[in-house]
Design a protein around this ligand. Sequence first.
Ligand code: CO8
Length: 260
Amino acid sequence: MAYRNLLVADDGAVRTLTVNRPDKLNALNLETLNELMLAFGQAAHDHAIRVVVLAGSGDKAFVAGADIAEMNSYTPMQAQSFSRIGQALMLTIERLGKPVIARIQGYALGGGMELAMACHLRVASQKAKFGQPEINLGLIPGFGGTQRLLRLAGRGAALELCLTGAQIDAARARSLNVVTQVVAPEALDEAVQALASQLAAGAPCAAAGILDAVLSGGECSIEQGLDYESQAFALCFATEDMREGTSAFMERRKAEFKGR
Ligand code: CO8
């Protein structure tokens, strides 16, 4: 399928989706949100794809936020619909059932930081900049930023970043758990590729179970979370991959997971 604002590239079991509006620093307009939703839906249902990498075109930005020019003329009803579409996309990414890695080389601001936080792992260049500057526009984060930043970085940091609109560098983002890995700019592609390959070699059912147990567990009591874990654990025993992984250990060989 051809997209106007997205590039799609497959390398084995790794699919890279690149937001491709570099002249607008990859700002998220409605069309881009809709295309991302379609592309993530396709990746979710494609059995051959085990990992998705989300990136932005050009050197300057991952995504510099929601498209301010488009939002400028929105009515409250349009704004609510835009916010809901963005929130649904972020939930789709978070609940994809496959690991999603954000590759962040530059600005990840506003909706861009929210998009990155919906991914499961975030690899950033030392040059990356993060922030929730919506307050400077008379807005608040509307794609789940208040909630995901709170969960990742805690209440103090969420309030500080959202209330001041300040930009932070990759090192501070790492210290707040907003990114999982910071590397030199020239090492970014290699680091993302290495991580994606490592994840793609894992057992898909186990990865899905981990994502479900961790993400669901963060939103419920310990008892309910342990139930999720137990059910996901039991489900692994219905897979060939679990037999393969345990047999490979006993036979002192590398496991080959088939995704069944
Ligand atoms: N939206 C639209 N266009 C943008 C955006 C954006 N978020 N960011 C950059 N651009 C455009 C610029 O307008 C410019 O276009 P043009 O060349 O046609 O004038 C081009 O990208 C290059 O940008 P700059 O010339 O500004 O580049 P600089 O290097 O000087 O500055 C910055 C880079 C600092 C990143 C600057 O562009 C900037 O501050 N951008 C806006 C950042 C921002 O405020 N982001 C938050 C947006 S609000 C948001 O994300 C809310 C999400 C939830 C929405 C909920 C819905 C209701």
